[in-house]
Write a protein that binds this ligand. Structure first.
Ligand code: CTP
Ligand SMILES: C[C@](O)(CO)[C@H](O)COP(=O)(O)O
Length: 384
């Protein structure tokens, strides 16, 4: 069955506050609505995507450039309450199956969407929910006035999936009942029309952003889920007069030295730049300008140490580092273990998370002519 996802985003988000309707507010740097749309646009079983919007949000929506980000996305204007917005979305659906999802649930996972679609094979409606696990009370004037049995109670989530024609008919029937109270969701509308709705496992991370505090909870969940970053670094230093080089913190005897403003440790510079790269924090020259005399002859450990501290300050830990030195001489093999140990010490990670290796360039290019040494590095950072 082909499936259209309708994302309802016409609400005002009054309980969340914050000026802008909540679906446009940033969550970990990205507007909520973009996250929600991406979850469905990227899902292989969603054939069409419809966004229900509020005419008052035209300017904010234009700034998001949705046409370019989500080719094929259709937009319709919603109504005064959620059910009216869903009805407007349903009018534009051309597929046999439809999922209705709150724009305010940006952390919906692909496997939850799968569960809802799978359940539509055996029922005209399907929706995710979580069993209530807390005790339930009634209360009045700050006093508990009674208790309720929680057996058989669920907390409803979206996306809620249906056979399109059946849900459309159910919504039209409900709208025709002028005395009916507003429906909380599409399951209520469908059930009122006699449709069976199968419950599938919901997900605690699929929370609805309702109050301001929900944004902090969602940001934390998002960080736990996705913030893994890689960065790469590349550096070159030329040879000059001298009797040894410093590579990845280890002095190696040689018939020349590397020339640089600092100690010219090309390997350590590449690793340092890889960390800055993963953080989106520029490069070594931005933090330690070569024009500044205080860094003359400085041990490069100082730079790497700064990058590691910056990563920690921004909530990241280093997972691993991989550095390749490119030179004909000196030979790196005999020193690789000592270099690995030194880098692991400065990065404060286990040695088996660090790799220092070397290659020649087959006597080609500036490294092949032994005019200098090049180094490249990759690091991975993980949000804590
Ligand atoms: N007239 C409406 C009202 C709500 N929604 C959407 O329905 C979803 C769930 O509703 P809710 O969390 O209640 O959002 P708001 O109505 O925006 O919030 P509030 O009640 O705090 O104003 C949201 O994605 C919201 O944008 C909608 O499309 N049209
Ligand atoms: C549809 C819904 O998300 C199901 O949990 C919810 O009912 C809509 O939000 P509201 O806070 O009840 O308006």
């Amino acid at each position: 069955m082909n499936i259209t996802a309708i994302i309802v985003a016409a609400g005002r988000g009054l309980r969340a506050g914050g000026g802008l309707p909540k679906q446009f507010r940033p969550l970990a740097g990205t507007p909520v609505l973009l996250r929600t749309l991406a979850a469905f646009a990227d899902h292989p079983r969603i054939d069409a995507l419809i966004l229900v919007t509020n005419p008052d949000d035209a300017e904010t929506l234009a700034a998001l450039d949705l046409e370019a980000r989500f080719p094929g996305l259709r937009q319709v204007h919603g109504g005064a309450d959620r059910a009216a917005s869903v009805r407007a979305g349903l009018e534009a659906v051309e597929t046999a199956g439809v999922l209705i999802h709150d724009a305010a649930r940006p952390l919906v996972a692909a496997d939850l969407i799968d569960r809802v679609i799978d359940a539509l094979d055996s029922a005209p409606g399907a929706a995710p929910a979580l069993p209530v696990t807390d005790a339930l009370w009634t209360g009045r004037d700050d006093l508990v006035s009674g208790t309720r049995d929680r057996a058989g109670l669920f907390r409803a989530q979206t996306p809620q999936g249906f056979a399109t024609a059946a849900l459309r008919a159910a919504h039209l029937a409900r709208a025709a009942q002028t005395d009916a109270p507003p429906a909380a969701d599409d399951v209520e509308v469908a059930r009122a029309a006699g449709l069976d709705v199968r419950i599938v496992a919901g997900d605690e991370t699929n929370l609805k952003l309702t109050t301001g505090a929900d944004f902090a909870r969602a940001a934390k969940l998002l960080g736990d889920r996705v913030d893994i970053r890689t960065g790469n670094g590349f550096d070159v230093h030329r040879f000059g007069p001298g009797d040894g080089v410093i590579l990845c913190g280890v002095r190696v005897d040689h018939d020349r030295a590397l020339v640089g403003h600092s100690d010219a440790d090309v390997g350590m510079h590449a690793i340092t730049d890889a960390i800055y790269g993963a953080l989106g924090a520029g490069d070594i020259g931005r933090h330690f300008p070569p024009s500044d005399p205080q860094w003359r002859g400085m041990a490069s450990e100082r730079f790497l140490d700064h990058a590691v501290a910056l990563a920690a300050e921004r909530g990241f830990r280093l997972s691993n580092a991989d550095c390749t030195l490119i030179c004909e001489h000196p030979k790196i093999g005999p020193h690789a273990a000592a270099m690995t140990k030194e880098i692991a010490r400065i990065l404060r990670i286990e040695e088996d998370r660090v790799s220092v290796k070397a290659t020649t360039s087959e006597r080609l290019g500036f490294t092949g002519r032994e005019e200098g040494i090049a180094a490249m590095a990759t690091v991975t950072l993980i949000a804590e």
